[in-house]
Design a protein around this ligand. Structure first.
Ligand SMILES: NC(=O)c1ccc[n+]([C@@H]2O[C@H](COP(=O)([O-])OP(=O)(O)OC[C@H]3O[C@@H](n4cnc5c(N)ncnc54)[C@H](O)[C@@H]3O)[C@@H](O)[C@H]2O)c1
Ligand SMILES: [Zn+2]
Length: 378
């Protein structure tokens, strides 16, 4: 197992990364937290695949474990489902020392994290991510949220976990489509902050919509452990410098302005978050080239990497007005403009403050015309 420490004043924590580590790493972290009560938050899919996996791994621990099972899906990442967590915590008489354990992907992590940030003004929280996306992105950095019908992740809080137990053995059951979605967020860290990481990914196993982690595990396990560790390191460094996104951290939103528009406009759950971000990154790189920040060579490397892997997106009708409304509802919007993340070069993202949405609309139309296999508006 490898350990990465995220250093934040008074809130530092470790991320344990490895394969089949949950039975050793988790009990240790839970014991170190000093609690006597843990509540596992998970969903029906994970609960069926891994029934009582967390309570089993904590069987040698003296404390009590309760498990709250939520319905599965981005469509449930809302205040109503969040309320079910609060109800459950009340039912099991949780107190301020109760440790909330998120066992699942980004949706569970974001919801359980927000519940832990708000229940009794904050209770401790631990993450056991089970998707590639949660490994490389959502379990690191302390952003938690639920969606509002008109805006993705609009209700949330910053809440750092006390520990992250990243056991890659859970990836064995992850559907290929979900794996690919996480792979886009992994590539994002390369595009925006670490060209070498991008090169490593390109030279690694060929990941596409058919890639099966389990079938390839024997020969690629070391690659994934090292690559996920590196990706967490990239994100961790950014979070250490700008925990609450006053600047630098916003670069990690590369691809997310259009990505969030796709998720909201197509309806939560129609496309996976990572898929929407993949298309959003192609658009952001296209804009970077169009506005002459990015050289042709880097643009074509990014395009050639993304296009064959992207899920074709079909969006309901859009016009200047609805495009603008959707973009400005995005929480990164400021005034009539939006902080748009562009690239200077591969591995170097920057924030273009107050980018006017009027200037984005015609480029989006050109983009859709140029890449009909990637994105269509009907
Ligand atoms: N907090 C952050 O910093 C951050 C960063 C990126 C994304 N996110 C959020 O994360 C969410 C997306 O996360 P996600 O891609 O993990 O989606 P998800 O949590 O919906 O999980 C994807 C699907 O895979 C299933 N699943 C999970 N683990 C599995 C396993 N091991 N085997 C089989 N099936 C499994 C889930 O039940 C679900 O159906 C979005 O809501 C996004 O906004 C948050
Ligand atoms: Zn994301």
């Amino acid at each position: 197992m490898q350990t990465l420490t995220i250093q934040l004043p008074g809130r530092s924590y470790n991320i344990g990364i490895g394969t089949e580590i949950v039975d050793s790493d988790l009990p240790q972290a839970v014991a170190a937290s000093g609690t006597t009560h843990a509540v596992v938050v998970t969903n029906t899919t994970i609960h069926n695949l891994y029934p009582n996996r967390i309570s089993q791994s904590l069987s040698g621990w003296q404390g009590r474990v309760d498990t709250c099972v939520l319905p599965d899906g981005e469509g449930y990442k809302n205040l109503e489902t969040l309320n079910r967590i609060y109800d459950f915590l009340m039912d099991v008489q949780a107190n301020r020392k109760t440790l909330l354990i998120a066992f699942g992907g980004g949706v569970i992590g974001d919801m359980a994290g927000f519940a832990s940030a708000t229940f009794m003004r904050g209770i401790p929280f631990l993450q056991v991510p089970t998707t590639l996306l949660a490994d490389v992105d959502s379990s690191v950095g302390g952003k938690t949220a639920v969606n509002h019908p008109h805006g993705k992740n609009t209700i949330g809080a910053f809440k750092q976990p006390v520990h992250v137990c990243m056991d890659l053995a859970f990836l064995r059951t992850l559907p290929p489509r979900e794996f690919l979605a996480g792979y886009f967020e992994l590539a994002k860290h390369g595009f925006v902050h670490d060209a070498k990481l991008f090169e490593t990914i390109q030279a690694g196993p060929l990941v596409n919509a058919e890639y099966d982690y389990r079938a390839n595990e024997a020969e690629s396990r070391e690659f994934w452990e090292a690559t996920i560790l590196r990706s967490c390191g990239v994100k961790g460094k950014v979070v250490e410098q700008d925990e609450t996104e006053t600047g630098l951290r916003a670069t990690l939103n590369f691809g997310h302005t259009l990505g969030h528009l796709i998720e909201t406009h197509a309806g939560y759950g129609a496309y996976l978050h990572g898929e929407a971000v993949g298309t959003g990154m192609l658009f952001a790189a296209y804009l970077s080239r169009k506005w002459e920040h990015l050289q042709e060579r880097d643009w074509s490397r990014i395009r050639d990497f993304l296009v064959p892997r992207l899920t074709p997106i079909v969006l309901p009708a859009l016009n200047t007005k609805s495009f603008q409304t959707l973009i400005l509802h995005d929480k990164k919007a400021e005034g009539a403009g939006v902080d748009f993340i562009l690239l200077h070069k591969l591995g170097a993202g920057f924030i273009q403050k107050a980018t006017s949405v009027e200037t984005l609309w015609p480029v989006f139309q050109e983009f859709v015309a140029e890449f009909p296999e990637v994105c269509q508006v009907v």
